[in-house]
Design a protein around this ligand. Sequence first.
Ligand code: UDP
Length: 477
Amino acid sequence: MLTNERTHIAIMPSPGAGHLTPLAELAKRLVRHPHDFSVTLIVVSIASSSPSSQHAYLNHLNSSTSIDVHQLPPADLSDLPDDVPPEPRFFLAVQRSLPNLRHSLATRSILPFSALIVDFFAIDAFAVTKELGIPGYLYFTSSCNNLCHMFYLPILHATTVCEYRDLEEPIRLPGCVPIMGKDFVEPLQDRKSTAYQIMIDLAKRYMEAEGVLVNTFEAMEPGPIKALEVPEPGRPPVYTIGPMVQTVGPVEDLSGSDCLRWLDQQPSESVLFVCFGSGGTLSREQLTELAFGLELSGQRFLWVVRSPAEKMSAALFAGGGGGGKEEDEPLDSLPEGFLERTRGWGLVVPSWAPQSQVLAHTSTGGFMSHCGWNSTLESVVNGVPLIAWPLYAEQKMNAVMLTEGAGIAIRAITGEDGLVGREEVVRVVKGLMEEGKEVKQRVKWLQVEGKKALGEGGSSYKALLDVTEMWRTPKKL
Ligand code: UDP
């Protein structure tokens, strides 16, 4: 039960494991020393798409920490056409949950708080902070490189007329890795769509935040972080507080033991971990190419296989419990004889693996990843280099940043047929596991720097202290 003795902060992520987890990790940090806040995590979900792993995670948070978890009734999005992308869905879920948030505040099932922290699709909740006269902060759970592009988006919108994918030159922002328009998130690829308009509105509304916290750290992206230190009228101050990654949760404890035991039997840094986030799925053809590529590479691997889906992000709403349809058996989609031929040196896990524990295991030497930001940071804090295989959301931008900026990944190249062919899989797997000396050294260095940033006196430690100090004595808006 919350008391009013400590400053009370509310944190509200938009739906999806990739948003909930980093905001919950921030909550865990804020209730501990030296911050000692009381924290309510306000959970927004979408009706009929809340995975069982999320329930387990929230129950675990509620029972094992002092964080108060308040679940708003799931938002009904059943009126939306199937082809509406995830980003506007997250935004609309939050928008439609605001009446319930107001009700919870009015009935005091959520106690008054001094500041509200939201993630990038939950920014509509600033309407409520304005009504309450308290500050609203944005927690940007992606890179500073991406944040710079979001700040710039309204200008790009106003100064161009063509689709971004048709821009011949990359967007070059101070300190940032140049990004081609075709690598922007899917909703930005069609200027006439509602999703596009929502993204532009979101980007404009970033300016309403009192401050922006970013889950990154100086050594990872010195260029964009420096660029954001230069004040710009109307732009909120930026605090880099990462790398904050998921600590072990109950889902892992239940499901993970087999693959961790298998890893125990493998030589040090010999295994490539293959996993495409909480929702990433491949097409049937792509799954087949990947399987043959892994087999041909002869490299030890641990692969989280999802049932194929024609659309890369189609499984996102199946969420943390795995992609594809729940009733599908993912392993049935693998080429005939694959499991037998790779037995002993390859392990396939259906749908879900305890990723943070796998990456922390000494046998893991590489990570073929969709480059979701949480996966990226989990790799960095464990000193594991990556093969960048972006699928959806801002992952193409992350892939560019990780290969050309941070220098900790090798990019898998998609062929003209839209597939990463088996030969390309062999190239990147061997390139990383056998030859990737530079990326390995670089990620080990970043691992050390990330630890320093979070440690007492480190840049991220100090930035979090700076911003939390303002929550204790908030200015009345
Ligand atoms: N994850 C996991 N096991 C899996 C797949 C994903 O534990 O089999 C976790 C992973 O550790 C990370 C999160 O799910 O914390 C995925 O977040 P990310 O931002 O990388 O990608 P998203 O799922 O949002 O696309």
